[in-house]
Design a protein around this ligand. Structure first.
Ligand SMILES: NC(=O)c1ccc[n+]([C@@H]2O[C@H](COP(=O)([O-])OP(=O)(O)OC[C@H]3O[C@@H](n4cnc5c(N)ncnc54)[C@H](OP(=O)(O)O)[C@@H]3O)[C@@H](O)[C@H]2O)c1
Length: 168
């Protein structure tokens, strides 16, 4: 999982004397104030990267290039979550959908030099993510397929996973 890790410096070095501690404390407070002020003037936010997927009882997510199930509820759930957001998918998933999904910014990852109408095509997941960030997106949805989910998982890119389990 992604996530900032706060690491405090270890204190192996000799302890500073009293003046050193006082001076260090004042410098620390000063730096904190400057940083706070900077973020107050220039607010920033980190984009969340979320995977959304459905799995069957055996852990399967696809069948013959499509989905093994049809569920209006799950499609509605998918639509509710992803509408008005950037969605990132692999080329096979794009082909299985067959068109860009409306009301979403469609990002397609392929090694090929192609253009897809209504989509933003990139040659790497990282470039797709950078593009979503450049759109001031607050939550990018990784919508599959298997190779893209695996890649994002292995690279620790995911902040959140929306998982639907099918008992069909
Ligand atoms: N259950 C679910 O929630 C769910 C969701 C989505 C999809 N699916 C299913 O998953 C299946 C598709 O999965 P999949 O793994 O076969 O295909 P995929 O991940 O959708 O697409 C794979 C293709 O994307 C491109 N690609 C992937 N990683 C890349 C990278 N790092 N750099 C450049 N290009 C990259 C390549 O395209 P090129 O060959 O063009 O270079 C690759 O062949 C389908 O059955 C679909 O229905 C299920």
């Amino acid at each position: 999982m992604r996530g900032a890790e706060l690491v405090w410096p270890t204190r192996n070095e000799a302890q500073p004397n009293r003046e050193g501690v006082a001076a260090g404390g004042a410098t620390y407070i000063f730096i904190v104030l400057i940083v706070d002020f900077y973020f107050y003037i220039f607010p920033t936010f980190a984009m969340k990267i979320s995977a959304i997927l459905a799995v069957g009882k055996g852990g399967e997510i696809g069948l013959n290039g499509g989905l093994p199930w049809r569920s209006k509820d799950d499609m509605q759930h998918f639509k509710n979550l992803t509408s008005e957001h950037c969605i990132l998918m692999g080329m096979n998933t794009y082909n299985s959908i067959g068109r860009p999904l409306p009301k979403r910014t469609n990002i397609v990852i392929t090694s090929k030099n192609i253009q897809l109408e209504g989509c933003h095509v990139f040659h790497s997941v990282e470039d797709g993510i950078k593009f979503a960030e450049s759109q001031n997106e607050n939550e990018l949805f990784i919508i599959g397929g298997l190779s893209i989910y695996k890649y994002c998982q292995e690279k620790g890119l995911l902040d959140r996973i929306y998982l639907t389990k099918f008992e069909y």
